[in-house]
Design a protein around this ligand. Sequence first.
Ligand code: XMP
Length: 508
Amino acid sequence: MSVVILDFGSQYTRLIARRVRELRAYSVILPGTASLERILAEQPQAIILSGGPNSVFDPSSPKPAEGLLEQGLPVLGICYGMQYLAQALGGRVERAGRREYGKAVLTRHEGPLFAGLEGELQMWMSHSDAVTALPEGWKVIAETEENPVAAIAAPDGRTFGVQFHPEVVHSPKGMAVLENFLELAGVRRDWTPEHTLETLIADIRAKVGSDRVLLAVSGGVDSSTLALLLSRAIGSQLTAVFVDHGLLRLGERHEVEQALRPLGDENLRVVDASEQFLQALKGVSDPEEKRKIVGREFIRVFEAEARKLSQEGCRWLAQGTLYPDVIESAGGEGAANIKSHHNVGGLPPDLKFELLEPFRYLFKDEVRELALLLGLPEPIRMRHPFPGPGLAIRILGEVTPHKLDILRRADDIFISALREWNLYDSVSQALAVLTPMQSVGVIGDERSYGYVLGLRAVSTVDFMTADWARLPLDFLDEVARKITRQVPEIGRVVYDITSKPPATIEWE
Ligand code: XMP
């Protein structure tokens, strides 16, 4: 049972799928032009047609499969989706005089789609075409000052079109509109974390049987949650491998070991390969070169473990691939072409594993909900992303044990202070960067000479663009004082106020 979202190229399609799941209904994204057979295979209880950049009156614009509207399924058309419904069922769509873009207010709205919503409603608009004539029997159920047809309803009481985008945050009551639609459509709302957990465990057991499974854990939320999930599902058939590359933050390895205690000591292999990584990074200062070296060494270490396990008869390799990766890897064709990633991280071809990806239909928020049920400690569950190459790309220039030690202590002061001030969860990522620059200072009567440390904190939704976080000045002041006091090798602390673009989040 699902809500099928047909994607016509809207930048918000993924958001629609997430919102529907937040309303506890399972959703899948298929390309707008997916075949009827493909759509029905998902056992849809309702269909949502996304927005998109095309005009429905353009003959080459993408259209849903022939016969979809004759299935008696409830449909919600959003923006382009609404225009498609109007046109396909006998109404008319034309280019509007001008583009309606941004926040708009529904000056009038009525009927069950807006149940419980009184007064003027702010909704987000972004369209250039407009519905100018309705299909027979349909009614206009909302309007804005600029747009007399902001929402429409079919006579069946379960099919609607909305010109606005209920899924975005700029439509504060948009979730209520989506929820009303799901209710009117009679969609089952049992997609709870508990249900997801049960389903995943049953699926894993059915798939794996009595085989063994190998998992590489990084200490991030996805792989840690997956480790706990697999352990719950198949117990000691799981072997988790955690490679300590010596580029982790202060106390990180211990934290991960603690979090994965439930696996049992014999099922968690911690490989200390710090020496090997540091040796390989010696004398290297180019960021891309450092990334390559870390990637290559990781594969070397992991391959050795994987080979041992493979010889012992281990058949599966588990990965924490998420739904957004799956949608992305389908290369613009939407999720219909869902292919296995097979990014087994560069293992040699003679080492054959079957891929197990229990999270391939989940969003990050859903993994975090599972993590809560599985008892993953809060600091790991809500942790900011940390790059695979670790501190190697947060030490500008050559990585040395001495610099790693300096950066670890400074980073820990910054991150701990963020937690103490309750600011950690208000930023998407925070980090400290050790520059190779040294600057002059004064301590007592003495002239000092110390490293320049950069602090960076950003807010972002997708990590593709980001804004620097406006952390309180008193907070920054406290952090700078603590760092220069407790890490005397650092003489100066600067805060990065560059957004992305043009800068990236990491400094390397
Ligand atoms: P940038 O610096 O490109 O980072 O704005 C965007 C996000 O990606 C993370 N990042 C990496 N993650 N390996 C990773 O696993 C890498 O080489 C890498 N480089 C950047 C970065 O921390 C941020 O979350």
